[in-house]
Design a protein around this ligand. Structure first.
Ligand code: BES
Ligand code: ZN
Length: 672
């Protein structure tokens, strides 16, 4: 392929000779654990029934109503992709060509559908009739008419030239929106359903494919992608290859003024030049240990490198597990490695999420609940049980806050969420898949009753379902198959703890793992919070507690307790603020979030500017939304603060976050 640019070309289909067979769309029933063997690789994305059938990737269990594509649940095809960024003709546009290779399924119709977005324009003359039809607020369907129905197994190659603009998946930042403030920056964020505005694709986690990409960028810029290999060629052209099959949401691209530094034998950090020193210092020599422990627990790390890219401040997540290249918020640069659990979380996705993937976004807990469990297994090995329990307690507090806010019976508080057609899966995001999911996996471990046996199960599970997309039925079926004695005992139907109840009934987790090993770290924080909540302060007792040596998560836990007890009696918070500059002047984002929440709940007007400053400094969704909710639920003064802050910061927020804030503030959110 011409690495520079390709003349405009209409979409075309080129029939090739058929590969011998079509993959099963669902994994075959699992072999007994002792003889677990890798599933055979499949030759291409299987194209499902087609015109006349209802939208959604595949049918029956695991059908993805959030995808308009005609791919049935299946394994890898390939996508070869090239783009020039920014487009020669116009800034903030990306000209691309996607070449899809797909194998047709028996009974496929003479039409192929891909996910796309109104912001994505198919360009050039047309060899085949292509029509963009409305699908949902978050995407459109590209209908491509084939000359005739393909034969079963026929390999189709589809070429699509297109231009992507300012869709929700492609973020264009001005120099002021970067840390260095010198050059523009662009990044993509695919999860959950945003990559359809980046390139036309089978935008469902139920389909995996390999890809290669050629990206030409202007002089002075570097391109990086979530790929197993990366090469810079002449003409500022970068060539990438992802040799393992992955779902569309894990494809990610950044073009910016970025540089890298080694931090381990298979890891480097990437960041804007002004942040690279801090990035290297934060993680030099620590990443490898997490990878090694992960491999010991869950099996081989199949992705080659594990690099970390520090994003501009408006990146909406703490971390995003793009394979080979985790994207993280620059808030992690706390100077003391205290927020490293986010990295351990994203590393854990290397097995749970990236290797074994939820087949639909309704099964998101399979990605996040297993990852929370894996994260805490790694932190237990590296930092010990007390620390891990302390961190898990802060997670439980987040789940409590979420369920208090929504009501326990809210339908989103089931592990298996029913996502109706038209509902944007990103709008269902909350703590339940993470922390209730963690509780369920902990419950499975509790049923097994032996940590090393459960660890062995997790490793067998990854091995059984690697490179596949699955549902909870696959997971739980394999669990019972792996532990036949538990199956015999009927552990899936113990009253009150039925697997079906875990999955399909909203509510507080029926089982909570024991976090008492964290008591030694939590108790002093609990006691101190009690003291500060008293009507008349016992300063002698308060002064006797020295928090200078407390770990960040101990302080976080303490602040969670103070928040829960807020508003504190008049005057207490002012004194607390004065007494602990380590908290009230903290630069650590987790501490700043809690301190801001406390300021708002106590109407500490003298410190409102801290809320504003924090919201100006970063745009992480999990920090931004709770603060706007708190401001909007507060006084007239905090409502005014919300409006003022939002009007100043809106342009720098990710479009999804912008829309969620608009909803909170009652400003009609334009459909993304
Ligand atoms: N994959 C998620 C981020 C995500 C979820 C992006 C859904 C888009 C849609 C990532 O692994 C994650 O969970 N990040 C957390 C880290 C935390 C749990 C340690 C975050 O961003 O806060
Ligand atoms: Zn995650």
């Amino acid at each position: 392929m011409d690495p520079r640019w390709i003349p405009p070309h209409g979409p075309s289909i080129r029939p090739h000779d058929s590969p011998p067979s079509i993959p099963h769309s669902r994994p075959a029933p699992g072999p007994a654990p002792a003889e677990a063997a890798p599933a055979p690789p499949a030759p291409g994305v299987a194209i499902g029934p087609g015109a006349g059938s209802s939208p959604g990737a595949g049918h029956g269990p695991g059908a993805d109503v959030a995808s308009a594509s005609s791919a049935a649940r299946g394994r890898c095809g390939t996508c070869t992709w090239s783009c020039a960024s920014p487009s020669r003709r116009r800034a903030r546009r990306l000209r691309g060509r996607a070449r899809w290779s797909c194998a047709a399924r028996a009974g496929a119709a003479a039409e192929l559908r891909l996910d796309a977005h109104p912001s994505l324009a198919v360009t050039a003359g047309q060899e085949l009739p292509v029509e963009s039809r409305p699908f949902a607020s978050y995407g459109s369907a590209l209908h491509i008419a084939l000359p005739q129905p393909p034969r079963a197994g026929q390999l189709l190659t589809l070429l699509i030239d297109y231009e992507a603009g300012e869709g929700p998946g492609v973020c264009w930042l001005s120099p002021e929106q970067t840390a260095g403030k010198q050059k523009p920056y662009m990044y993509t964020q695919g999860q959950a359903v945003l990559n359809r505005s980046f390139f036309p694709c089978f935008d469902t986690p139920s389909v995996k494919f390999t890809y290669s990409a050629t990206v030409k960028v202007p002089e002075g810029f570097t391109a990086v992608m979530s790929a197993t290999s990366w090469e810079k060629q002449k003409d500022n052209t970068f060539v990438f290859k992802m040799s393992q099959p992955i779902p569309s949401y894990l494809i990610a691209l950044v073009v910016g003024d970025i540089v890298s530094a080694d931090v381990g034998p298979r890891s480097r950090v990437w960041a804007e030049p002004c942040l690279i020193e801090a990035a290297k210092k934060e993680y030099d020599g620590v990443i490898e240990e997490f990878l090694v422990v992960g491999e010991k627990l869950f099996g081989p790390y199949v992705w080659g490198r594990y690099d970390i890219l520090f994003m501009p401040p408006s990146f909406p997540f703490g971390g995003m597990e793009n394979p080979c290249l985790t994207f993280v918020t620059p808030c992690l640069l706390a100077g003391d490695r205290s927020l490293v659990d986010v990295i351990i979380h994203e590393i854990s996705h290397s097995w749970f999420g990236n290797l074994v993937t939820n087949a639909t976004w309704g099964e998101f807990w399979l990605n996040e609940g297993f990852t929370m469990y894996a994260q805490r297994r790694i932190t237990t090995e590296v930092y010990g049980l007390p620390y891990t329990c302390l961190e898990a307690a802060t997670g439980r507090a987040l789940l409590r806050q979420h369920m208090d806010a929504t009501g326990e019976d809210h339908p989103l508080n089931k592990l298996r969420v029913v996502i109706e057609p038209g509902i944007n899966p990103d709008d269902t995001y909350n703590e339940t898949p993470y922390e209730k999911g963690y509780c369920f996996v902990s419950y499975l471990a509790h049923l097994v009753g032996n940590q090393s046996k459960f660890d062995a199960f997790l490793q067998a599970y990854v091995n059984r379902f690697k490179f596949q997309s699955i549902t909870a039925d696959d997971t739980l079926g394999f669990f019972l198959e792996y532990f036949p004695e538990l199956k015999e005992k009927g552990v899936d139907s113990i009253p009150g703890f039925e697997f079906d109840r875990w999955l399909n009934t909203p509510g507080w987790p029926p089982y909570l793992p024991d976090l008492s090993p964290g008591q030694q770290l939590m108790r002093p924080a609990d006691e101190l919070a009690e003291l500060w909540a008293a009507d008349s302060l016992n300063m002698e007792a308060i002064e006797a507690v020295d928090i200078t040596g407390w770990r960040t998560y101990q302080l976080v836990y303490f602040l969670d307790q103070v928040l829960q007890k807020s508003p504190l009696p008049e005057g207490n918070l002012k004194r607390l603020s004065k007494m602990y500059p380590k908290i009230s002047k903290a630069q650590n984002a987790e501490l700043r979030l809690r301190w801001c929440q406390i300021i708002l709940k106590n109407n500490l007007e003298a410190e409102y500017s801290k809320v504003k400053d924090f919201l100006h400094s970063q745009g992480k969704q999990k920090y931004t939304l709770p603060l706007y909710r708190a401001m909007w639920g507060g006084s007239e003064a905090t409502r005014a603060l919300a409006m003022e802050t939002f009007s100043a910061t809106a342009p720098q927020l990710h479009v999804n976050v912008q829309n969620y804030v608009k909803k909170i503030l009652g400003l009609a959110a334009a459909e993304a």
